[in-house]
Ligand binder design. Structure first.
Ligand SMILES: Cc1cc2nc3c(=O)[nH]c(=O)nc-3n(C[C@H](O)[C@H](O)[C@H](O)COP(=O)(O)OP(=O)(O)OC[C@H]3O[C@@H](n4cnc5c(N)ncnc54)[C@H](O)[C@@H]3O)c2cc1C
Length: 425
């Protein structure tokens, strides 16, 4: 900034988990310039996780999804703008610039933060545009699904990722006949190990959800413009609603416009800064150096999780203050699926050893992953203590000895304490 030009401050495009945390963290760090938190949705900034869980099951209201009160934004002098989609953005070499929305408004900024997230991947099949083929990414999607649920009895969910399974479990809880169709031969293959996939499939089947693995979809079929079923080649599964959960695509249009490096999301450094050295990019849209201690050199990762959006937003807030803070803590994730609470600590990718310490109780499951003898992750279902111990161990950059963790009746805490003491001896 030069001369007496008025300060335009930081413009945050995308007002969800990452954008909200960035705005909040900036003020907490004493950032006094203007902050504009802008999003295209017509709702006050809200959180998504409950959309496939409590909100879908009618256990909570829309109001309880809202992040902060109007008073909070006012008191912290954060300008929250709803319903404006930024279609064009221009930056000068110093990182300042102007953003233009579809409705014709312009927003000048000294620095830009892109927290634009990801959008649901659309089904590209015959019949995909039939009425009753739904998605679940936004509050509007959830409101539509909820509005249609009372009239529907048979639901087919396409996609056995987290959103698909969570929604399937919620809809089953509501008394619907649910069939879940997954192309891969196991559930959530990208995020959990084989034992966990098998555990989840067994459990949900035992509760009455019809899970078809290794099953592709050939077409969505309908009558008079409305969906009536899903053609899987060998049969047509009848459906009043088809819910598609086949992953997300990061929103990188603005990055491409700005000439920023893009590779499955905005390529950012450890300080959440994009390749121009100024623009910040945070959350589901960002591809960052893998923050897990011991990760292979040069490994990069794009997370789709609340914890990540929060932690990386804090890093970005420091960057906006001209200070360099790196990602703290260990990435973790949870997924509530009916009566199961899955918690994942770390990243199990590239593990070469699995230790299963699942208790005898069929609703519990606990698996630890190792690479070259070192603990790297855990999948825990309804075993919160194991999750916490592994998260702490990873955070402290210590391993729990693989040969001592297999017995589920042996708690991890003493092993963690011993390892910590050994570390500090
Ligand atoms: C149904 C559901 C359940 C989930 N459950 C869990 C869970 O149990 N645990 C967990 O850890 N995570 C969960 N997640 C994932 C989690 O919600 C996301 O990781 C998180 O929302 C990412 O936040 P974000 O701010 O990076 O992106 P997003 O939440 O995608 O927000 C980006 C925002 O930017 C807006 N935007 C995009 N482009 C523009 C533009 N050009 N102009 C203006 N605005 C724009 C978008 O409309 C959106 O509002 C769930 C997600 C969904 C959809």
């Amino acid at each position: 900034m030069t001369g007496n030009r008025p300060r335009n401050g930081l413009l945050i495009v995308g007002s969800s988990q990452a954008g909200v945390q960035l705005a909040v963290s900036l003020r907490a760090l004493g950032f006094t310039d203007p902050v504009t938190l802008l999003g295209d949705e017509d709702h006050r900034p809200y959180q998504r996780p409950a959309l496939s869980k409590e909100f879908l099951q009618d256990k909570i209201t829309k109001e309880s999804l809202i992040f902060r009160s109007e008073d909070y934004w006012r008191e912290h002098d954060i300008d929250v703008v709803k319903g404006e989609f930024i279609e064009k953005v221009h930056t000068d070499p110093d990182g300042s610039g102007t953003a233009h929305s579809v409705s014709g408004r312009t927003f000048a900024f000294d620095r830009l933060a892109l927290t634009v997230g990801a959008r649901a991947r659309r089904l590209a099949l015959p019949g995909a545009d039939l009425d009753g083929v739904l998605y679940l990414r936004t509050a509007d999607d959830a409101l539509e699904l909820k509005a249609r649920t009372p009239q529907a009895q048979r639901v087919v969910v396409i996609g056995g990722g987290f959103i698909g399974i969570e929604a399937a479990a919620s809809l089953h809880t509501l008394g619907k006949d649910v069939t879940l169709v997954e192309y891969a031969d196991r559930l959530v293959a990208r995020a959990v190990g084989e034992q966990t996939s098998a555990f989840l499939a067994d459990h949900h089947r035992s509760r009455g959800i019809d899970i078809r693995l290794g099953t592709g979809v050939e077409a969505i079929v309908g009558d008079d413009g409305r969906v009536t079923g899903v053609d899987i080649g060998t049969e047509v599964i009848a459906a009043d609603i088809v819910l598609v959960g086949i992953g997300v695509i990061p929103n990188t249009d603005l990055a491409e416009q700005l000439g920023l490096d893009v590779d499955n999301g905005f390529v950012v450094d450890r300080f959440a800064t994009a390749s121009d050295g100024h623009t910040l990019a945070v959350g589901d849209c960002a591809n960052l150096p893998n923050p897990i201690p011991g990760a292979p050199d040069g490994a990069r990762v794009r997370f789709e999780s609340v914890n990540h959006a929060i932690e990386q937003a804090k890093v970005a807030a420091y960057a906006a203050r001209g200070r360099q803070a790196e990602y703290a803590g260990i990435p973790w994730f949870w997924s509530n699926q009916g009566d199961l609470k899955l918690q994942i600590a770390g990243l199990s990718t590239d593990h070469d050893q699995v230790v299963d310490r699942s208790p005898a109780d069929p609703t519990k499951h606990s698996v630890l992953y190792y690479r070259q003898g070192r603990l790297i992750a855990a999948d825990c279902v309804n075993v919160p203590l194991d999750f916490m111990m592994v998260k702490q161990a990873l955070g402290a950059q210590i391993s729990l000895p693989a040969d001592q963790v297999a017995d589920p009746t042996v708690p991890l805490k003493p092993l963690l304490t011993a390892a910590l003491e050994g570390e500090h001896a």
